[in-house]
Design a protein around this ligand. Structure first.
Ligand SMILES: [Zn+2]
Length: 299
């Protein structure tokens, strides 16, 4: 009830701030990962084989719900959520409100940003984590912890937040908020500048953190999402220069070797390939292909 009251007051403040603003459509996109959800520290929380997964997909869902509540209270009229972790089937969709639609499972051309287009006003990254070149952060990795050791756009190493912000930027959509551990929030803000941060845990290492409880994290995310959406017009899209040069470094040798058979791919050293995309949509499709293609795909 406490939240309900706070949200009602917030909604009142927001609507009082802009006469007629509640008439306008405002679309918010949420890309929901899981490593940066409060309490997540190891693989035990992150996939169906882990002993805590069923509880933590509930916590992930509640963090998404909290962000939706905050966004709606601040004027959002429509929200698309991309389930962007693991199998892409983590969120308990029956727990989300009717004005939300959910993007599920893989592969998909825009990866963690599938569902986004130029009609959105802002994007929120929930449960995010640091990139694989960062020395800090719970479960620091970029796209595939097992397979990739670096992803660069135009010569700069980027975490998932950077790749996804650049995809959003292609559509002119700014990233307005990020949640995760302290290292992920700091990394995202260092790259993108003005982005509202919700720190739900403090990393001690790859598999350890001091964390907020789910209830406290949800309260924080609800209020930060409302604050971000209330000033959605102030954020700037993150645009990378086109054409986009993508460099991918693999942990292993053979992916670079075999990908270099393709005339569109340049092998830059034993473990790395380069691809030049016309824009971030081409780059996203190329990354998704590299991660998902194998000739045994069925059906
Ligand atoms: Zn994830």
């Amino acid at each position: 009830m406490r939240y309900a009251l706070a949200l009602a007051l917030l909604a009142l403040l927001v609507s009082a701030g802009g006469a007629g603003a509640q008439e306008r459509r405002m679309k918010i996109f949420i890309s929901a990962d899981m490593e940066g959800v409060a309490g997540v520290v190891t693989g035990e929380q992150l996939g169906p084989a882990g002993f805590e997964y069923q509880r933590f997909r509930e916590f992930m869902t509640q963090e998404v719900l909290a962000a939706c509540e905050g966004a709606f209270a601040a004027g959002a009229t429509e929200i698309v959520v991309a389930d962007a972790h693991g199998n892409g089937q983590n969120l308990l969709i029956e727990k989300l409100p009717k004005s939300v639609t959910v993007v599920r499972a893989w592969p998909r051309p825009l990866m963690m940003m599938q569902g986004l287009d130029e009609t959105f006003d802002g994007a929120i990254f929930l449960g995010y984590h640091t990139g694989t070149t960062n020395m800090r952060g719970v479960r620091a990795h970029t796209i595939s912890s097992a397979r990739l050791t670096d992803v660069q756009l135009n010569g700069r190493s980027v975490p998932e937040a950077g790749i996804n912000a650049a995809i959003a930027g292609h559509f002119g959509v700014p990233v307005i908020m990020v949640s995760g551990d302290d290292a992920a929030v700091a990394e995202t803000q260092a790259l993108l500048g003005d982005v509202v941060g919700a720190t739900v845990k403090w990393a001690y290492g790859f598999h350890s953190a001091r964390t907020l409880t789910p209830e406290a994290a949800q309260e924080l995310i609800r209020s930060k999402a409302a604050a971000a959406v209330a000033r959605v017009k102030e954020f700037k899209p993150y645009k990378v220069q086109t054409p986009v040069r993508l460099d991918i470094r693999f942990k292993n040798y053979r992916p670079a070797e075999v990908l270099s058979y393709l005339p569109i791919v340049e092998r830059t050293d034993a473990h790395a390939v380069r691809f030049q995309g016309r824009d971030m949509v081409e780059v996203s499709k190329f990354i998704e292909f590299v991660i998902y293609y194998e000739p045994g795909l069925e059906p």
